[in-house]
Design a binder for this molecule. Structure first.
Ligand code: AMP
Ligand code: MG
Length: 475
């Protein structure tokens, strides 16, 4: 038997010019213990799960000891937060350790989230408490299992230290893995500094990482590729009733991954105006607003890329606008694929779009649970979600007339989503030392499309007492 091995890191982001980051070490923590390790993901990344769970591994996952080849740094970026411009954000509570090369030539960036203050921390302490770490772990891994591109959770450790929030909370660190951590806001940072050389280097990095079929200076091709990837992503969110909560441009990933799980949640009863985030007073990032906000974010990327698209500004603006105009049909196509599949329809036209919209309208009027309505199409229980089940019956006549593939329905409509009230419960219990619900949620949510006898309580929407109306920011 070979002994478990420490991973060998590299860090290609660290070879970019120094103005892209601040190189620094994590702030050590007093008493790290492993909360959960994602052994499946470790294997996918070519990492030794036994080593990660060992004392030496936990020292790495807590930031106390850096692995060989790591070159830790905090990335700088900017962004529009709720529409307001922040010229410098950056990793205020995270460090990129570097990357490991997994099987299949995949690069995995490894980041510690909650690793202590950096020059980008502004007023923050650079730490995370157990709650947001649990939320991000559960939701990001569920997203992956649901088939949605996302950053991943490799591990969670508790730090043995207290973090001050509204209360004294147990500190924790999430190890996040992703194909990169480059955001629309990263491009905005260099564009706002009129740093065309920086933009060019970032574009080269982003294309190499995410769109390697493109020529390394093809800014327009890159813009189109990001637009397509993000249209696909948000259509998938919509198909699951997912609300990101903070679709700021710094939380918009250029590889089309879901990133930065803060006050995010899956809807229970369907309501297109649904908002969870306590800081989203005006519904800017409501469920139904997400596609529009996405175009707004992509327009910020387009405008950042202009100097790389064409030296002639008028021409650059013209082709960038044309690329943005493509969004609407890309998104509609993706939306149709998602929602037609949810109804068991292979293709469709205007009549099928109306069919979906009629169902959604009826669901909203009847406070139907989003997940259980779609899941209930296969076994006839969908009608129970409606205050007036005959409304569903009438709709279902038009639906069955189209001969839906009943066998395919359960592959497009999950039985399990990370219900917000279950996450809140898991957090409350974890804070008092009981991690069992957190582990159970993680385990069940690795197979969200399967019926799992004995786990039915995790399918249920919240009771009036359990209902979580707001989710606070993920710090
Ligand atoms: P997020 O909500 O994760 O999108 O973060 C927005 C910005 O606030 C990013 O620049 C974060 O690094 C920063 N930030 C969030 N929480 C903290 C914290 N506890 N300490 C320092 N910076 C933070
Ligand atoms: Mg962020």
């Amino acid at each position: 038997m070979t002994s478990p091995a420490s991973p060998q890191f590299t860090n290609s982001y660290a070879t970019l010019p120094p103005r892209f980051y601040t190189k620094m070490q994590a702030t050590p923590v007093a008493g790290p213990t492993l909360i959960r390790l994602n052994a499946d993901l470790a294997a996918q990344m070519g990492l030794d799960a036994d080593w990660l769970a060992s004392e030496a591994g936990i020292q790495m996952l807590s930031g106390n000891v850096m692995p060989p080849g790591a070159d830790p740094l905090a990335q700088v970026y900017a962004g529009h937060q709720f529409g307001g411009w922040s010229p410098r954000l950056g990793d205020g509570r995270a460090l990129l350790l570097g990357e490991v090369d997994g099987p299949g030539n995949a690069h995995w960036d490894i980041q510690l989230k909650g690793s202590g203050p950096t020059p980008y921390s502004r007023m923050g302490d650079g730490r995370a408490w157990l709650g947001p770490v649990i939320r991000e772990y559960v939701v990001s891994e569920a997203m992956h299992a649901l088939g949605v591109p996302t950053t991943r959770a490799l591990a969670a450790v508790s730090t043995g230290e207290i973090v001050l929030r509204e209360d004294r909370m147990p500190g924790a660190i999430l190890t996040r893995a992703a194909s990169s951590h480059v955001r629309v806001g990263t491009f905005q940072y260099f564009a706002s500094q009129q740093d065309v050389e920086g933009l060019r280097a970032l574009l080269d990095f982003a294309i190499t990482r995410h769109y390697s079929d493109l020529a390394k200076d093809d800014a327009l091709g890159f813009l189109k590729a990001v637009i397509a990837a993000q249209a696909e992503l948000v259509a998938k969110w919509m198909g699951l009733g997912f609300i990101h909560g903070v679709m700021n441009t710094d939380n918009c990933h250029i590889g089309g991954l879901t990133i930065d799980y803060g006050p995010c949640a899956f809807m229970d009863a369907y309501d297109p105006r649904k908002v969870f985030s306590s800081i989203d007073q005006h519904g800017r990032y409501a469920y139904g607003a997400q596609p529009e906000i996405l175009v707004w974010n992509l327009a910020q990327l387009a405008s950042s890329l202009l100097p790389l698209i064409n030296r002639d500004m008028d021409d650059a603006v013209k082709v960038a606008q044309e690329a943005l105009q493509e969004f609407s049909s890309l998104y509609t196509d993706a939306w149709k694929r998602v929602f037609f599949a949810k109804l068991g329809l292979k293709t469709g036209g205007e009549a099928e779009i109306t069919l979906v919209q009629d169902l959604l309208t009826a669901m909203a009027e009847n406070q139907a649970d989003f997940t259980l309505t779609f899941r209930g199409l296969a076994d006839g229980t969908a009608r129970e979600q409606f205050v007036d089940p005959t409304v569903f019956d009438t709709w279902a006549e038009g639906w069955t007339a189209r001969n839906p593939d009943m066998q395919a329905l359960n592959d497009a409509n999950p039985a399990y989503i990370p219900r917000n009230h279950q996450i809140e419960l898991a957090i409350t219990e974890a804070v008092s030392g009981d991690l069992s619900r957190f582990h159970r949620l993680c385990d069940v949510l690795t197979r969200p499309y399967s019926n799992q006898p004995g786990q039915e309580d995790l399918q249920a929407p919240p009771t009036e007492q359990e209902l979580v109306r707001q989710t606070f920011c993920g710090t």
